[in-house]
Design a protein around this ligand. Structure first.
Ligand SMILES: [Zn+2]
Length: 88
């Protein structure tokens, strides 16, 4: 079982959380092609990956997780408003 550190509550078991998909920013202005890519395309890399999780059975707040998709190691968690550490 994964132990995920909610940036607001601290470490909790994985069962308290829900996965929210890849952490991509919504485009402020977009043509049809850009909007389609935002909605339907995901990068699905092998290695470090930025994703959103919600602490559904806790504070109910969304936050950002950096997870290695090969090892499932949680590399970092940050508040939703913060850019993930290690990102450009
Ligand atoms: Zn929480």
């Amino acid at each position: 079982m994964l132990l995920i550190t909610c940036p607001y509550c601290g470490p909790r078991e994985e069962t308290e959380f829900r996965y929210g998909g890849e952490g991509v920013a919504m485009p402020e202005e977009a043509d049809d092609r850009t909007w389609s890519r935002f909605l339907y395309y995901r990068s699905s890399p092998a290695g470090p990956f930025t994703e959103r999780w919600v602490h559904a059975h806790g504070c109910r707040r969304w936050f950002t997780v950096r997870r290695d998709t090969l090892t499932h190691e949680i590399l970092d968690t940050t508040e939703l408003e913060e850019p993930p550490r290690g990102s450009p």
